[in-house]
Design a protein around this ligand. Structure first.
Ligand code: DHB
Ligand code: MG
Length: 221
């Protein structure tokens, strides 16, 4: 139930049972469940099901044919992206760890995606991103080293076509971003990205409180 709070904006029970309902509204299948488990085993926590569904939604709304992912992990977010993209779309995913990319290959194969649908690049995203074609991508998704997020933003926006979308996982960082008492490098970098996106008149942002927070922004056409 929604009511009007004392500050005048609608309030609702966004935590507890409702939050859980939102997060698990879209069920994951066995392929996603297995990828999620491998991600946990490899120490790269995957995006939650709510954020994953949002990625699939974005890829589908954009009819995305070209997507860049910063942080392949074990392929959980990659599966969601591939399932939303156009049937001939290619996911370019960057990660520093070869074991992550092996796990992602397994996940994509289990889901029935042929290798022509994805290109896995091993390396430092900040070195790889500038080598990709500017203005050529429908969607860029970032879920890697938090202190590097401001530089992923800068390099990622350049890759977007007009009308393209950039999205970042973990922008709530377990509540630390919204709490000024936290000033560690990851929290500070995440806060900086949120502020930069908010102030950039060439972007149309939304902060979705799914999972650990998904910040998305359209590059204005
Ligand atoms: C961490 C990183 C993530 O990308 C995530 O979604 C959750 C946790 C981490 O480094 O702790
Ligand atoms: Mg993440």
């Amino acid at each position: 139930m929604t009511s009007t709070g004392t500050a005048g904006w609608p309030t609702g029970p966004a935590d507890g049972a409702v939050r859980e309902y939102v997060e698990y509204y879209i069920r994951e299948d066995e392929v996603l469940t297995a990828a999620r488990e491998r991600g946990r085993e490899l120490g790269c926590p995957p995006i939650g099901p709510g954020g994953g569904a949002a990625l699939r939604f974005l890829a589908s709304a954009l009819a995305a044919r070209t997507v860049v992912e910063v942080g392949t992990g074990a392929g959980t977010s990659g599966l969601w992206l591939l399932r939303g993209m156009a049937p001939d779309g290619v996911l370019t995913s960057i990660d520093v760890e070869p074991e992550h990319q092996r796990a992602a290959r397994t996940a994509f194969a289990e889901a029935g995606f042929p290798p022509s649908r994805y290109r896995l690049i091993m390396g430092q995203a900040l070195e790889v991103l500038p080598r990709l074609t500017d203005g050529a991508y429908d969607l860029v998704f970032v879920d890697a080293a938090k202190p590097e997020y401001p530089r992923y933003l800068e390099a990622g926006v350049k890759l977007l076509r007009p009308g393209g979308v950039i999205a970042f996982d973990n922008v709530l960082w377990g509540g630390r971003v919204a709490d000024p008492a936290h000033r560690d490098p990851a929290t500070t970098a995440l806060r900086e990205v949120a502020a930069t996106v908010q102030d950039d008149e060439s972007l149309v942002p939304v902060l979705l409180p799914l999972g650990d927070g998904l910040l998305a922004a359209v590059r204005k056409p």
